[in-house]
Design a protein around this ligand. Structure first.
Ligand code: CP
Length: 313
C-alpha cells in the first residue's frame, strides 16, 4: 500500500483484498475479553476533525486504541482554528508533537491530498471524509459488510440510492466496488446526480422501483440538506415517495438482500423507521465493522506488512 489512504481509487484489487482480509482477522479480537493488541505501542494517531462526526471519529479512536497507539483527538471547534489558524500551521503543530498518522475530516474536497503532498507532516494521512469528494474507509467498511453477507463482491448487484451529488460515500463506494467486481447502479433524481456521472464505473437510473429487482444490497444515502443551497426536489414528501425505502419496496427485494446506510440517517426521509430497524438492515453492523476495518488500515499503513493473524494469536 501507499503510505497514505486518500482515495478508494488508489486501492488495487490486491490492496483492497489485503485490507478486508486483515480486518477479518482483527475482527476476531472483538470476541475476546481483552480487545487490545500491542502492535502500535509508542505510535501516535491524531484524529483531526474539521467537520462533525460520530461514527468515523469514534471508530478511528477505538481502532487506534485497540492497537495500543496513543490517540490525540483534535476538533476544530474549540481549537485555534476558530482564531483563524491555517491548515498548514495546524499541521505543523501536529508534526511537532510527533504524529505518525493523521486521520483528517475536512469540509474542503482535497484537504487530505494537500496534507499528504505538502510535506508539512511526515506521517501517513488517512482521508476520513473530504467535502463531497471521498470517504474511502466508509467504502471499505461497506465492502467488508457486504462481503460478510454475500460472500463475494464479484458479480453482486449493489444499488446506491439518493443524494449522490453531495455524497463522498457514493463516490468512494463506486470506485471500490467496481475494483472488487461488483455491478453498481446509482439511483437518484436528475438534480442529485453529479455532472459527468456517465464516466463513473457504474450504471445510473432515475427509477428506484425498476432498479431494485435482483439487488443483492441496497445502500440508502443521507439527503444532505446542510449542503443544499437550492431546492433539489419539490418536497420531502415527493422525495420519499419516489426515492425513499419503505416496507413495501423492501418486501420486493430478493430474500437475501441487505439494506445499508452509512449514517447518520434521516428517518422518514430516505428510509423509514420500519426498514431501518428491520432484520434486513445491517446499519449497526456497518458501525461495528468500521472499527475492524480502520484497525486494518492503521495497522497496514503504520508498518504491518505480515498477516495480522500473528498479531492476534
Ligand atoms: N458515516 C459517517 O461518516 O458518519 P459520521 O459522519 O458520523 O462519521
Amino acid at each position: 500500500m501507499t503510505p497514505h489512504l486518500l482515495s478508494a481509487a488508489d486501492l488495487s484489487l490486491d490492496d483492497a483484498t489485503l485490507i478486508l482480509d486483515t480486518a477479518d482477522e482483527l475482527a476476531r479480537l472483538s470476541d475476546r475479553p481483552v480487545k487490545k493488541l500491542p502492535t502500535l505501542r509508542g505510535r501516535t494517531v491524531v484524529n483531526l476533525f474539521f467537520e462533525d462526526s460520530t461514527r468515523t471519529r469514534i471508530s478511528f479512536e477505538a481502532a487506534a486504541k485497540r492497537l495500543s497507539a496513543d490517540v490525540i483527538n483534535f476538533s476544530a471547534k474549540g481549537s485555534s482554528v476558530s482564531k483563524g489558524e491555517s491548515l498548514k500551521d495546524t499541521a505543523l503543530t501536529l508534526e511537532a508533537m510527533g504524529a505518525d498518522a493523521v486521520v483528517i475530516r475536512h469540509g474542503a474536497s482535497g484537504a487530505p491530498h494537500t496534507l499528504a503532498h505538502s510535506g508539512w507532516i511526515g506521517g501517513s494521512i488517512v482521508n476520513a471524509g473530504d467535502g463531497t469528494h471521498e470517504h474511502a474507509t466508509q467504502a471499505l467498511l461497506d465492502a467488508f459488510t457486504m462481503r460478510k453477507h454475500l460472500t463475494t463482491l464479484a458479480g453482486r448487484k449493489v444499488v446506491v440510492v439518493g443524494d449522490v451529488l453531495h455524497s463522498r460515500v457514493a463516490r468512494s463506494n463506486v470506485l471500490l466496488l467496481s475494483t472488487l467486481g461488483a455491478d453498481v447502479t446509482l439511483v437518484a433524481p436528475p438534480t442529485l446526480l453529479p455532472v459527468g456521472v456517465g464516466s463513473w464505473p457504474c450504471n445510473f437510473s432515475y427509477d428506484l422501483d425498476a432498479s431494485l429487482p435482483g439487488a443483492d444490497a441496497v445502500m440508502m444515502l443521507r439527503v444532505q440538506q446542510e449542503r443544499m443551497n437550492a431546492a433539489f426536489f419539490p418536497s420531502v414528501r415527493e422525495y420519499s415517495r419516489r426515492y425513499g425505502l419503505d416496507g413495501d419496496r423492501m418486501a420486493r427485494l430478493p430474500d437475501h438482500a441487505i439494506v445499508m446506510h452509512p449514517g447518520p440517517m434521516n428517518r422518514g426521509l430516505e428510509i423509514t423507521a420500519e426498514v431501518a430497524d428491520s432484520d434486513r438492515a445491517v446499519i449497526v453492523e456497518q458501525v461495528t465493522n468500521g472499527v475492524s476495518v480502520r484497525m486494518a488500515v492503521l495497522y497496514l499503513l503504520l508498518g504491518g506488512s505480515d498477516s495480522a493473524l500473528g498479531a492476534v494469536e
